[in-house]
Design a protein around this ligand. Structure first.
Ligand code: A2P
Length: 340
């Protein structure tokens, strides 16, 4: 017998990817329900070779459901995740709402699986997509050399802003060829043919909330002593986040050792050929599970520095896959009780 699984936000970019990932990975399911807003009730979404009729989150009773994979946006999760959790359903939430709460594990299974044992309120948080791929790549290097400081610049795809963000890039791109003035709704400026150095709102110190998330989440997942400064930029790429990561370590860095560790690391593929095209770009990682590391080199401007490029499918490892892997890890650690 499998688990009773609720997918919340099932009509969205991440929700659909969660359904796809559950089916592809043969997650042990005895019953599955797709939930979204009242607007979507009765619509159909694919799950493997089946279709599911979408039900209304607002009136859904989570009693008897084992696990809820949530991606309906922060304010909706804020309201409904505690309701589901109280009914005994373990919530794995993709939004940023609960991530920094004590008693809510913030987990990347390749990096800190044991944090799952600290779950207090039946809620587990999936980290920010940019944080996930960065910590997957940094973990083996941190284990070897002791990570001190990270300077990261991101090149983030519009899929991170959901299906409406993808539609806006598409509409503006198409519009430019037929002389339609760009309609700007999801982003602060035109995204087609442009780069926008703002993701999420501004904080008092001049950082954006996305940049703040990369700092505090890395500390919570990897080590509170690591200093992180991020610049997060939205780029006109549909799917797949890229990052330039510059890392400074406590110990002297050995490039060959770093390469070997990245080659061995779970969830990482090192593709670094030091020749034209010998690196991975976001379009090549769409639909893939791994975080790809390329352009690995010594940073000679600090005593123990490394620089690299990493890309990953933000809907997959950055969201859906990581959430499903959390559920799988909970099963492996015997932390996911079945009601049935
Ligand atoms: P709906 O399609 O009914 O609006 P994305 O991040 O790609 O925009 O997707 C957001 C997901 O969250 C969609 O599935 C959306 O459903 C769902 N959602 C948004 N608001 C609510 C709400 N108030 N209650 C339930 N689901 C919601």
């Amino acid at each position: 017998m499998g688990y009773r699984v609720a997918v919340v936000g099932a009509t969205g970019a991440v929700g659909r990817e969660i359904l796809k990932t559950l089916a592809e990975r043969d997650f042990p399911i005895s019953d599955i329900v797709a939930l979204a807003s009242p607007r979507s009730v009765g619509r159909e979404v694919s799950f493997g070779d089946r279709t599911l009729k979408v039900q209304n989150l607002e009136t859904f009773d989570f009693t008897g459901w084992d696990v809820g994979l949530f991606s309906p946006g922060g304010s909706v999760s804020a309201k409904y995740a505690p309701i589901a959790a109280k009914a005994g359903c373990v919530v794995i939430d993709n939004t940023s709402h609960f991530r920094m709460e004590p008693g809510v594990p913030l987990v990347v299974p390749e990096v800190n699986p044991n944090a799952l044992k600290g779950m207090k309120h039946n809620i587990i948080a999936n980290p920010n997509c940019s944080t996930i791929q960065m910590v997957v790549a940094l973990k083996p290097l941190h284990d070897l050399f002791g990570l001190k400081r990270v300077v990261v610049s991101t090149y983030q795809a519009v899929a991170g802003a959901g299906k409406d963000g993808m539609d806006e890039l598409f509409a503006q791109t198409r519009g430019s060829f037929v002389n339609d003035p760009p309609k700007i709704e999801q982003f602060q400026k035109q995204i087609a043919f442009n780069c926008i150095p703002q993701i999420d709102r501004f904080m008092d110190d001049g950082a954006t909330k996305e940049e703040w998330k990369m700092t505090v989440e890395t500390k919570k997942i990897l080590d509170p002593d690591i200093a992180v400064i991020a610049t997060c930029v939205r780029v006109p790429v549909f799917i797949g986040h890229s990052e330039s990561v510059i890392a400074e370590f406590e110990e002297p860095v050995d490039l060959a050792q770093a390469r070997a560790a990245l080659r061995e690391a779970d969830g990482v593929i090192l593709r670094d050929e030091r020749e034209d095209g010998g690196y991975v770009t976001p379009i090549e990682c769409v639909g893939e599970d791994a975080t790809y590391v390329s352009r690995l080199r010594i940073d000679p401007t600090v005593p123990h520095g490394l620089a690299f490029w990493c890309v990953s499918d933000n809907l997959r490892k950055g969201a859906a896959l990581n959430a499903v892997q959390i559920a799988e890890t909970m099963i492996a650690l015997d932390l996911l009780p079945k009601h049935g």
